[in-house]
Design a protein around this ligand. Structure first.
Ligand code: FES
Length: 110
């Protein structure tokens, strides 16, 4: 496991997302009431940036055609997306967001 520092957790407000490029992956980090989760930023329908989508509870709405994804599990919940986005292991330590792009979120397997 190797975690990379993406910056201060205070940079992402609750209910917001932000895109980062990490080792060739475009990753969307979301703050859900102080818990941080990471999924692929690129929608599996076409190529919209999910970090630009509207967050409602645990879901994000793709800004292009409205597909909903679960931010914790990566599941594609509504059309037109049918393929889940992958998740990444993320944690916050000392106010810093840390990500391991080599590992999935534990929530994805539950
Ligand atoms: S690009 Fe996301 S739903 Fe079409």
């Amino acid at each position: 496991m190797s975690f990379r520092d993406l910056g201060a957790s205070s940079d992402i407000a609750p209910g917001a997302g932000k895109m980062f490029e990490v080792d060739g992956h475009n990753v969307a980090i979301f703050n859900l009431n102080g818990e941080f989760f990471a999924i692929d930023d690129v929608c599996t329908h076409e190529e919209a940036s999910l970090s630009d989508g509207a967050v409602d509870g645990e879901t994000v709405e793709c800004p292009w055609h409205g597909a909903l994804f679960n931010i914790k599990t990566g599941a594609a919940l509504t059309m037109p997306a049918v393929t889940p986005v992958r998740t990444y292991a993320v944690k916050v330590e000392g106010g810093r967001i840390l990500i391991d792009v080599g590992a999935e979120s534990p929530a994805a397997q539950s």
